[in-house]
Design a protein around this ligand. Structure first.
Ligand code: VGL
Ligand code: ZN
Length: 216
């Protein structure tokens, strides 16, 4: 087998750690299968990156993405919201709750920004960049550009929703974008993982392994 090319993180690289929160971890309200497997590789990666940004799913009670807000619907079904089709989820990552906390097992004291998303009651936001209406910005694009970052590396939960959408928006914003597959885990509902991989490939996002990062 060929050895994969090694990547040496530099000062214009940023690692975005997506939604490693208790509700997405085992025992959480929207637990991602094997979700806690991302923590060790993310902690190793974070040591190699000078610049790290975290995202935090952060919904008000009664959020439009919650199945409980749509009396006739079940979780993992879809609903047509004003901006299009929305997958409905169990209540999760409610602002101020334990489930919304970022895992204390992440060892990234040097993380520079926590970007919260999904705080508008009527709009979901899988992406750390842009809400699901595809118009409302979180401000992350401007932040990263103002700081001069050129390459964005993504990892976390869930690979087929928030990690993929963050990586897709990163590529659309002009960043050279990478996704650590071994440091991400998927929900995989109704073919979502296969679709995410197809979209990522089409957008030129590079799927890589955390083993390709040179340790500092
Ligand atoms: C996520 C579903 C709903 C995620 C967030 O972090 O991937 N998925 N909210
Ligand atoms: Zn959410």
């Amino acid at each position: 087998m060929c050895e994969q090319a090694m990547i040496e993180p530099c000062d214009t690289d940023v690692l975005i750690v997506v939604d490693v929160q208790y509700d997405f971890l085992p025992g959480g309200a929207l637990a991602v299968p094997d979700g806690d497997a991302v923590i060790a590789p993310i902690n190793r990666l974070a040591r190699a990156f000078r610049h790290v940004v975290l995202t935090q799913d952060w919904h008000p009670e009664g959020h439009a993405s919650f199945a409980s807000s749509h009396p006739s619907r079940q979780a993992f079904e879809t609903a047509d919201l004003h901006y299009g089709s929305q997958v409905l989820w169990p209540d999760h990552c409610v602002q101020g709750t334990e489930g919304a906390e970022i895992s204390r097992d992440l060892d990234i004291p040097h993380a520079q920004l926590v970007i919260r998303k999904g705080y508008n009651t009527g709009i979901d936001s899988y992406s750390g960049f842009k809400e699901a209406d595809r118009k409302t910005s979180t401000g992350l694009d401007g932040y990263l550009k103002e700081r001069g970052f050129r390459r964005v590396f993504c990892a976390g939960l869930a690979m087929d929703f928030c990690v993929a959408w963050t990586a897709l928006d990163s590529a659309a914003a002009g960043f050279e974008t990478y996704l650590f597959e071994d440091a991400s885990r998927a929900i995989d509902t109704n073919g979502s993982l296969a679709k995410a991989k197809k979209d990522l490939e089409a957008a030129g996002v590079r799927l890589i392994s955390s083993e390709q990062i040179r340790r500092r």
